[in-house]
Design a protein around this ligand. Sequence first.
Ligand code: CDP
Length: 218
Amino acid sequence: MIVVIDGPAGSGKSSTARAVAHELNIQYLDSGALYRAVTYLFLKSEQSLPAFFESLYSAKLSFEFGNEFQVNLNGEDITSAIRDPKVSAQVSTVAAMPKVREYINDLMNNAVQQDVYIADGRDLGTAVFPNADCKFFMIADLETRAKRRHQELSLKGLQMSYSEVFAEIKQRDRLDSTREKDPLKKADDAIVVDSSTFSFDEQVQYIVSRIKETITIE
Ligand code: CDP
C-alpha cells in the first residue's frame, strides 16, 4: 500500500511525510534522498559519465527509516553528505537522466512491495506509482520555500545567503518541471495542500485524516 506526496523543492513534503509516517506507524521513503545519493556518486566520479554509470551499477545503495531517513552507499552513511549544497546544485541535472530514473524507480518499486509506505518526490503520483492509494501535491510560494530552506541550512551551519538559496530553488524547479522524462507535475487525482496556509501540525493532521478516510491501516 502506498501514499505519495509530490511537490517542488522546499514545499515541506519531506518533513510532513516523515511526521505522517510516525503518526500512522508506517514506513517513509524519501525519493529525493535517493537522487541525492546518486548525485553524490556522480560527483565522486568527477562527473565522468562512463565512470559514474559503472560505479552506479556496482553500487550498494540502501536506505532505512528509523527516526530519520538514512541512506547508505557502499557501507558509508551518507545521510548528511547528500544535503551538501554541491549535491543540491547538481541533483536536478543527474535526476533528468532517464537511466538514473529507471535505476531509482526499480529500487523504490522493490522496496514498497514489503510494507505500507508514504513516499515523497516529484513524479511519484504521475509516473512511479500512478495507482497509489492516496496522492497529495504540496505547494507553497517560492519565497516561503526559499525562506524555509535558508533557515534549515543555517540551523545546520551551512553558509548560503538567502538569495543563493532562492536562486538554487528557482533553478531546480525550472529543471524539474521542464525535463523530458517524468517532470514534476500534479497528478489529476492528487489532493493539493498549500503549506503556506497551514501550520505544520495542521497540515500533518489534514493529511492523516484524508489518508484514514481513504485507506485502512492496521
Ligand atoms: O528536499 P528538496 O525539496 O530540496 O528536494 P529533494 O526531495 O531532496 O529532491 C532533490 C532533487 O531530486 C529534486 O530537485 C529533483 O531534481 C530530484 N527528484 C526527482 O527528480 N524525482 C523525485 N521523485 C524526487 C526527487
